[in-house]
Design a protein around this ligand. Structure first.
Ligand code: B12
Length: 212
């Protein structure tokens, strides 16, 4: 485990961090391990923001580094993927919430395990989510939530899915910094976690398609 990359992200050294990601991936390092080091950097930046040591600018810059790293790693993650998708997942951050770092990380980890991921982005209207579910017919739908004001739109989406008769065709997951068992109950989800790895493990277990 190298702390160099995590440190470069915490110090917001964008070019240095992305260069390290690229060099490590080219040298054959496990892309999931590289992603994990980036995640640790991001979490530390979040903590520094919480304690007032960092400002908005640092947060946004660290988010950009993370996005760049996922972009560099994507082809390497793809190589490890099985040729046929093991399952389909729709992910979204719903209306009222614009946080996406955790969702993007969850999506990257799912892709690395062979899932076909449809990421609707942030501030997604419930009706748009329902349309996408109709179109894609996913095995899983994952809501990412970081802000309490998005609870209502998640509930609305869940109720719309129920009304349109789609709800029993997939498992609904909720995750993100402020997710908890009460949120799961409130929106009628099947699974809840604040850990992307647990979410991926749940998908693999549910679909019975772990490829070792
Ligand atoms: C970064 C950040 C921002 C960035 C977001 C950048 C981006 N592109 O996402 C910016 C600066 C834009 C921002 C804006 C705001 N923010 Co903000 N933000 C944060 C902060 C510091 C870190 C969040 C984060 O990215 N963590 C790192 C990621 C990797 O962690 P994560 O999201 O939890 O994801 C992990 C898991 O939860 C999981 N996961 C995530 N999603 C999913 C989904 C599924 C299905 C699964 C299985 C797993 C999973 O995967 C990840 C890895 O394990 C948090 C505080 C905190 N420490 O959480 C506040 C925080 C979330 N923000 C907050 C607020 C209030 C705001 C603003 C309203 C501020 C303002 N006054 O303008 C605006 C939001 C506007 C809006 N409508 O959304 C509050 C929310 C409070 C609340 N309870 O509602 C928090 C908690 C800060 C606080 N303590 O007050 N924010």
């Amino acid at each position: 485990m190298s702390e160099e990359l995590t440190k470069a992200i915490v110090e917001i050294k964008r070019d240095e961090a992305l260069d390290m990601v690229k060099r490590r991936a080219e040298a054959g390092k496990d892309p999931l391990q590289i992603l994990e080091e980036c995640r640790q950097g991001l979490t530390l930046v979040g903590n520094l923001f919480q304690t007032g040591e960092y400002f908005l600018a640092e947060l946004l810059l660290s988010a950009e580094i993370m996005k760049g790293a996922v972009g560099i790693l994507d082809p390497y993650l793809a190589k490890a993927r099985p040729p046929k998708p093991v399952g389909k997942v729709v992910v979204a951050t719903l209306k009222g919430d614009i946080h996406d770092l955790g969702k993007n990380l969850f999506a990257a980890l799912l892709k690395a395990q062979g899932f076909e991921v449809h990421d609707l982005g942030v501030d997604v209207a419930p009706a748009r989510l329902v349309e996408k579910v109709k179109e894609v017919k996913p095995d899983f739908v994952g809501f990412s939530v970081l802000i309490t004001s998005a609870f209502a739109s998640m509930k609305e989406a869940s109720e719309m899915l129920e009304k349109t008769g789609l709800r029993d065709q997939f498992k609904l997951m909720v995750g993100g910094g402020i997710s908890n068992p009460m949120v799961k109950e409130y929106i009628g989800a099947d699974f809840e976690t604040a850990d992307a790895t647990e979410g991926v493990a749940y998908c693999i277990k549910s679909i019975g398609a772990h490829n070792g």
